[in-house]
Ligand binder design. Structure first.
Ligand SMILES: [Zn+2]
Ligand SMILES: [Zn+2]
Length: 308
């Protein structure tokens, strides 16, 4: 449909597989969940995983993240690094499931969680909530007790490098999520490639600064029908701390991403096509609506594989 020009042939898959084997800098992004708070079978809660060098980095853990990882064929025991953009429930409600299920599936190292101030408090409470389950599994199934603990690092509003190893650098940067002052986007850099995840944000100058000339921008979107918006105070509030097509277009013009994928999709009486038309009228670049289980493979070129 909107993927005109995207290669779907078996030959392309084989070439991709070969390039993954021979190209050391290969990066694969899988959009696990592209929705927001509404419970939607098509769009699970926000979550994105980036893989490179056999390491997996999960950004946000919304509703159903573990199910989507399984569907994507990503081994749960390899999930050791989790980065939270902020502590709204739609971004963290899947964490207990991912943490415990990966432990049961023999994860070999502690899961490390990075997030804004408040993350330590959140983690300590979910650890407490599952005390009985953990005790039972250790005594009945010989699961490793040390690995049942979560390792947490939280940081204040400053922009800071939160992971830097083997040519993989991840930077947390402050974004503009209204009353949620503790809200981050993330910059993932490896080789000469750059990926930006916006998290939840309205127009953010700081995002524009970090995202200059990025290869991939994964950005939230919210759009509402004008009449609906006029009549609904609560919707006006929601829209004030998210990015509508108008403000996102300004971001795109300033950032000039090679590819943009819209996620955390919140549409109120507006079609996807209308949003794309608006964005395309202001910015001449590749813009797609993200879909759960869509893959973006970054080797010498960038290949988008829609979900099966
Ligand atoms: Zn959200
Ligand atoms: Zn939020």
């Amino acid at each position: 449909m909107m993927y005109s020009g995207i290669t779907r042939s078996v030959l392309a898959v084989l070439l991709l597989f070969a390039s993954k084997l021979i190209y050391a800098g290969f990066i694969e992004i899988t959009l696990l969940g592209t929705g927001g708070p509404p419970a939607n079978i098509e769009r699970f809660g926000p979550s994105t995983v980036i893989e490179t060098q056999g390491r997996y980095f999960v950004f946000d853990v919304g509703r159903g993240t573990t199910v989507r990882l399984q569907q994507a064929g990503i081994p749960l025991d390899k999930i050791e690094h989790v980065f939270l953009t902020h502590l709204h429930s739609d971004h963290i409600s899947g964490l207990a499931d991912l943490w415990l299920t990966s432990w049961i599936w023999q994860r070999q190292n502690k899961m490390k969680v990075f997030g804004p101030v408040g993350t330590t408090n959140f983690i300590s409470h979910i650890e407490k909530a599952y005390t009985e389950d953990i005790r039972l599994r250790i005594s009945n199934s010989n699961l490793n007790e040390d690995l049942s603990e979560l390792s947490v690092r939280e940081s204040k509003l400053d922009d800071s490098v939160v992971y830097n190893k083997n040519d993989i650098k991840i930077t947390a940067f402050h974004v503009n999520h209204g009353v949620v002052k503790q809200a981050y986007g993330y910059k993932f850099e490896s080789g000469n490639r750059k990926i930006i995840l916006s998290g939840d944000t309205a127009y953010s100058k700081n995002l524009i600064k970090h995202a200059q000339n990025t290869d991939i921008l994964i950005h939230e979107i919210a759009a509402a029908d004008t009449l609906l918006l006029e009549r609904n105070n609560r919707l006006q509030k929601v829209m004030s701390y998210h990015s509508d097509p108008e403000s996102l277009a300004q971001v795109l013009v300033k950032v000039k991403p090679k590819f943009t994928f819209l996620n955390h999709v919140l549409l109120f009486g507006v079609s996807e096509q209308k949003v794309l038309d608006k964005l395309n009228s202001k910015f001449d670049g590749e813009i797609y609506f993200g879909e759960d289980l869509l893959k973006i493979s970054i080797g010498k070129s960038i290949v988008i594989t829609p979900p099966n």
